[in-house]
Design a protein around this ligand. Sequence first.
Ligand code: ATP
Ligand code: MG
Length: 260
Amino acid sequence: MNQTSPQAPCPVIAVQDLAKKYAGKRVVDGLSFSVSAGEIFAFLGPNGAGKTTTIKMLTTLLPPDEGRILMNGIDLATDPMEARRHFGVVFQDCTLDPAMTVQENLWMHCAFYRIPRARRPERIAHVLALFALTDRRDSIVSTLSGGLKRRVEIARALLHQPALIFLDEPTLGLDPQSRRVLWDHLQLLQAHHGTTIFLTSHYLDEVERYAQSVAVIKKGRIVTQGAVAAIISHTAHASLEDSFLSLTAEDGAADDETAG
Ligand SMILES: Nc1ncnc2c1ncn2[C@@H]1O[C@H](COP(=O)(O)OP(=O)(O)OP(=O)(O)O)[C@@H](O)[C@H]1O
Ligand SMILES: [Mg+2]
């Protein structure tokens, strides 16, 4: 047998020609990209570029109009229930029940994922420890800071032990300390559990520091994708933010857009 290199991994996510229309407008317009196992992959683009719409399609909440999504080789169109067991997701807006405790929120999610009752205490204890939340388990969610709520949401998304997690702007609105703590936890998750992390962010300094791969989209189309260092060097800029700004600049109109 002709063995190739020991690492010939099937991508965790393979997207081909993905498209979605809203009111006749293609807000996702033929995206193709792949995400490798164990990487932090940042999906970048200006406001309205189509990031959240794409995440909704990748997480089976929204059916694509065109294209194909394979997750660990499973076709989302034909087997969405099986695919859902492979990922966890945290949306931009908090979906915790603010009147319940941290632990109660996690318990409810276990029920949603049909994790057997006998296993729930151990799973809950594990994700609480992962995100340094054990001493907060009896806190009412509404009393927690924004950074702690985010950590609870990510911990909740890991209860069914997915190898892939989607995070839509996980550090949005958090102070620098909370953002650092969150990134520390995400890095530990990647290092110790090999979790693949797919995220969107407008904080490009963070992405440059922590992500291995990025795809940049503009108006629903990929403008570039690859390793962070390669994108910076191809665009001959000093930072990912500068590369991003040049890649996503409006044609013919330098940055003279004024807020309405
Ligand atoms: N339910 C909807 N109905 C109609 N248009 C929508 C809907 N959801 C999103 N859009 C439009 O689709 C486009 C892409 O939106 P999307 O939320 O995917 O962008 P985004 O890249 O996540 O932006 P942001 O950085 O602001 O979060 C935008 O023009 C938006 O107004
Ligand atoms: Mg969005």
